[in-house]
Design a binder for this molecule. Structure first.
Ligand code: ZN
Ligand code: ZN
Length: 442
């Protein structure tokens, strides 16, 4: 299904009811920079109206830090249904509270906050149970309901498939249910350590919870993007006996090695699964699939994706099913979207595997405890932070990040409201004319 068909289908189905709107009112005569989607590999930084309080529970945040996520590349490649031209992308951001609605009591103007990537109402049954990423009242996508049975929560900047909310790759963001979807950050925690509580810190932690990672167990992680690498880190902190980190990019494998992981470069292995068994003769207790559905190795799967016979590849799921220990656990944190072929369902049954979809991580359920670990120094998310850029360069950054150039891993994207880089974090760089250069200090 392409975006045109998806948008037509949504129109025919009619939006699901929600308890907040995804539109925003504009402040008169004020504009801001924001990254907008226009088509396959076509995103542009443009001047758009600044949002103002649209609903009484809203907070407007002046952004001091944002970033690009691996999952934004699915949008960049037009692989998410219901994208619409002009949508503002970005779901990981932090900033200073600039305006609050009449119902906002626990947050005030001037507070320093980080936003959850999901928009949860805080009141429905799922929110009350702590399953905030499954909030039932913020995603208007009837198409997702039709496809999955029930949709997940609305997300910032992730197409109308996720509710159509304007995102955080911008200078201001309207945050619905601000009291619930923003976390106050203590002054002594620098921006570069707080920003990633938006998504990758809770998401990577959630993956280890879902994979049942415990002291003394063995763990293998497929895909060493920021989430995969931080999942390695959490597993080590949890006391895993061995963590096997799998990727093909040398810088990423080196980072995993620094964390004390065993590493496998899959591009150099004829048979990845036998290599896993060489390290763990009984198979791995806990497998985490943190790669992405777009990456195919065989001709068959590539061809099937190309002609639309499947949307997602089953190659990595099948590797995890072969490599997992009998009665072991596999957690999928990679964002699979729809259908796959050649799935090795026999191994799932016959090996007694617990095969668990992580879902989007319920950020609000974890972020207090994870902030404590960051404050105490036990966990430092900046191990994956490699570069800093300005919001004006977001479009070039998407291109470079997509091509995995310059060793880009996790970036910090500053705005005109950002303080200078904190000690020990990357200085500002620029991507002018396709090359990476440091920006000289003034
Ligand atoms: Zn993300
Ligand atoms: Zn809810």
């Amino acid at each position: 299904m392409n975006t045109i068909v998806a948008n037509k289908a949504e129109k025919a189905l009619g939006d699901r009811p929600t308890t907040t709107t995804s539109d925003y009112k504009a402040r008169p005569n004020e504009t801001m920079l924001a990254l907008r989607w226009y088509g396959d590999k076509d995103v542009r930084v443009e001047e758009v109206p600044v949002p103002t309080i649209t609903e009484p529970a809203d907070v407007v945040v002046k952004v001091t830090g944002t970033t690009v996520c691996g999952s934004d590349l699915h949008l960049y490649h037009k692989e998410i249904l219901q994208l619409q031209k002009g949508e503002i992308l970005g779901h990981e951001f932090m900033g200073i509270v600039d305006e609050v609605g009449s119902e906002v009591i626990s947050i005030k103007k001037g507070d320093r906050v980080v936003a959850s990537f999901q928009i949860a109402c805080g009141k429905c049954q799922f929110c009350k149970e702590g399953l905030t990423s499954m909030c039932d009242r913020t995603n208007s996508s009837a198409l997702q309901e039709k496809l999955y049975g029930k949709p997940f929560a609305g997300l910032f900047g992730y197409s109308h498939f996720a509710g159509g909310f304007a995102g955080g790759q911008s200078e201001f963001v309207r945050v619905p249910f601000g009291c619930f979807n923003l976390l106050k950050i203590p002054d002594h925690v620098p921006n570069e350590k707080a920003l990633y509580l938006s998504d990758i810190v809770p998401t990577s932690y959630h993956a280890t919870v879902c994979a049942d990672v415990k002291k003394g167990k063995s763990v293998a992680v497929w895909g060493l993007g920021p989430v995969g690498l931080l999942a390695c880190k959490w597993s080590k902190l949890e006391g895993a006996r061995r963590v096997i980190a799998i990727d093909q990019i040398p810088e990423r494998l080196a980072l995993a090695q620094d964390m004390g992981c065993d590493t496998i470069d899959f591009s150099k292995q004829k048979d990845l699964v036998s290599e896993v068994y060489r390290l763990e003769p009984q198979g791995v207790d806990c497998c985490i699939d943190a790669a992405a559905f777009r990456y195919t190795k065989t001709l068959l799967q590539s061809a099937e994706r190309l002609v639309g016979l499947e949307t997602d590849s089953s190659e990595i799921p099948n590797e995890t099913l072969r490599a997992v220990r009998k009665f072991g656990t596999i957690a999928i944190v990679a964002d699979y979207a729809a259908m796959t072929n050649q799935f090795l369902i026999g191994a799932l049954m016959e090996k007694g595997v617990t095969y668990r979809g992580c879902g989007q991580a319920p950020v609000q359920e974890y972020w207090h405890q994870l902030l404590e670990k960051i404050e105490s120094g036990e966990f430092d998310p900046t191990v994956v932070l490699t570069h800093r850029f300005s919001i004006e360069e977001l479009s070039d950054l998407y291109e470079a990040f997509d091509k995995k150039k310059f060793g880009l891993m996790k970036t910090y994207v500053q705005t005109r409201f950002s303080p200078p880089p904190s000690t020990g974090t990357p200085q500002l760089s620029t991507l002018s004319r396709g090359d990476l250069k440091p920006v000289p200090a003034v």
